[in-house]
Design a protein around this ligand. Structure first.
Ligand SMILES: *[C@@H]1O[C@H](CO)[C@@H](O)[C@H](O)[C@H]1NC(C)=O
Ligand SMILES: *[C@@H]1O[C@H](CO)[C@@H](O)[C@H](O)[C@H]1NC(C)=O
Ligand SMILES: *[C@@H]1O[C@H](CO)[C@@H](O)[C@H](O)[C@H]1NC(C)=O
Ligand SMILES: *[C@@H]1O[C@H](CO)[C@@H](O)[C@H](O)[C@H]1NC(C)=O
Length: 400
């Protein structure tokens, strides 16, 4: 909490508190590995996670993760435009924008087979519009994905549906879906359809009311009865137990509510992101390594980490920091983001693997862990760009 120590640390220069920026964030191995994965991908196959030896496995378009690799290529294009090309960064080896555009072709544009996870698939299209707002392919892709998501909304429940169940009145919503909502705002902007914006706000408010425990931790899945909108059950799908906190879910929530505050300026969303961030930071183990689930047993050791939750939450904390009106908290969230990056880099940076990082947990109940993960690497690259854009770190990996 906000003790005298926190206040004192907030006054000290950042390098005295935190030491070095992880140099790996700007390593030339990043463009090298991303380019190799691009070249290895055959037609209409996208990397999702690696085997336990660090070799990428490739998946067909109708997979929720297909948008992350093209979005990674757009992030390297962004890095090239903010940092330029140097011998040290090796960003001159490809036209990242051309690769991102070509790799976006063939992504699914409706909910068939991908269901609710359309927000992630839209990432490269949203990036494309920041470069070329009149790209018609990107515009129409965003609009059809947003329409598919809006069709999963139910007004009695006040949410978009996640997984389809055999009983249609069994309406399941996962915390991850907070990440879908920006897509609705972007499409509302393009089409003028304000209903999309209203759906996003309603979904966020319902989630705020039902997914978050009093202490700021989260349930992964909430079931509603679609007939009357009542909550019927709260449980986990990918976490350790129904009462535990799955770290990636908690991180999706911190990011999602901070982003909702950015998009609406509704202070209730800011407070929700802050409460969830406070819980995350206060519950990190001593070693600062993000576990796959905060309540998973420590024995047998080592309890698997989740490097993807670590890189995701770093982005979430940095986004929250950038929006934070309170200067002490602003500094605290950014410091926490960097400390988590230092620890995960130390544990999981793997020069010999095809992915940047190891120690990802895709799905522990399904026994899929100790892998590289495409969204873990994506958020590792993105957070370094954000550290530069927020004027915290230079492209040489030094404090500003
Ligand atoms: C427009 O965007 C799409 C999807 O992002 C991309 O595949 C295409 O190459 C872009 N078109 C142009 C002319 O840049
Ligand atoms: C939802 O409520 C209706 C009416 O009370 C009931 O018939 C139905 O079985 C319930 N569904 C679930 C999934 O609980
Ligand atoms: C909506 O459009 C406005 C005006 O062009 C822009 O400033 C804003 O960033 C857009 N929002 C989204 C979510 O795309
Ligand atoms: C990290 O990954 C390595 C290599 O897969 C593994 O040996 C180690 O036990 C993992 N550590 C944690 C905390 O998951």
């Amino acid at each position: 909490m906000l003790g005298p120590l926190t206040l004192l640390l907030g006054l000290l220069p950042i390098h005295l508190v935190l030491g070095q920026v992880p140099q790996e964030l700007f390593s030339p191995l990043i463009p090298q590995k991303v380019l190799a994965a691009y070249r290895a991908s055959s037609n209409l196959q996208w990397p999702q996670y690696t085997d336990n030896a660090g070799r990428w496995l490739y998946f067909p378009p109708r997979t929720w993760t297909s948008g992350f690799f093209p979005a990674t290529l757009y992030e390297l294009n962004k890095r090239r435009s903010i940092c330029g090309v140097t011998d040290a960064n090796q960003l001159g080896t490809a036209d990242w924008l051309a690769l991102g555009r070509s790799n976006s072709r063939g992504l699914p544009l409706d909910a068939g087979g991908v269901g609710h996870d359309v927000g992630f698939i839209s990432f490269p299209f949203v990036e494309e519009l920041t470069i070329n707002p009149s790209n018609q392919t990107a515009r129409s892709s965003i609009n059809s994905l947003a329409t598919a998501l809006a069709n999963r909304f139910d007004a009695r429940v006040g949410c978009t549906r996640s997984w389809d169940a055999s009983d249609p009145t069994d309406f399941q919503v996962i915390i991850d879906n907070m990440m879908n909502l920006e897509l609705l705002f972007v499409s509302a902007n393009l089409t003028g359809n304000q209903r999309l914006r209203d759906i996003a706000i309603t979904h966020a408010k319902t989630t705020m009311n039902n997914h978050i425990r009093r202490d700021g931790s989260t349930w992964h899945v909430v079931h509603y009865n679609q007939t009357n909108g009542r909550v019927t059950r709260k449980r986990t799908a990918q976490g350790y137990s129904d009462d535990s906190t799955w770290s990636r879910g908690q991180a999706w929530g911190i990011y999602g509510f901070a982003n909702m505050f950015r998009l609406t300026r509704d202070a209730a969303f800011l407070r929700t992101s802050q409460r969830m961030a406070r819980w995350f930071v206060n519950n990190l183990p001593q070693d600062g390594i993000v576990p796959w689930d905060f309540n998973a047993p420590l024995n047998p050791a080592p309890r698997p980490a989740d490097s993807s939750a670590a890189t995701l939450v770093s982005n979430a904390l940095l986004l929250l920091s950038s929006l934070e009106p309170d200067p002490t908290l602003k500094r605290e969230w950014a410091d926490a983001a960097i400390r988590i990056l230092q620890q995960i880099t130390r544990l999981a940076w793997r020069p010999q693997w095809q992915s940047l990082l190891s120690n990802g947990t895709v799905n522990r109940p399904a026994n899929n862990q100790l892998t590289g993960i495409v969204y873990g690497d994506y958020y590792y690259i993105k957070v370094a760009n954000e550290l530069v854009l927020n004027n915290i770190v230079t492209c040489d990996g030094k404090w500003t």
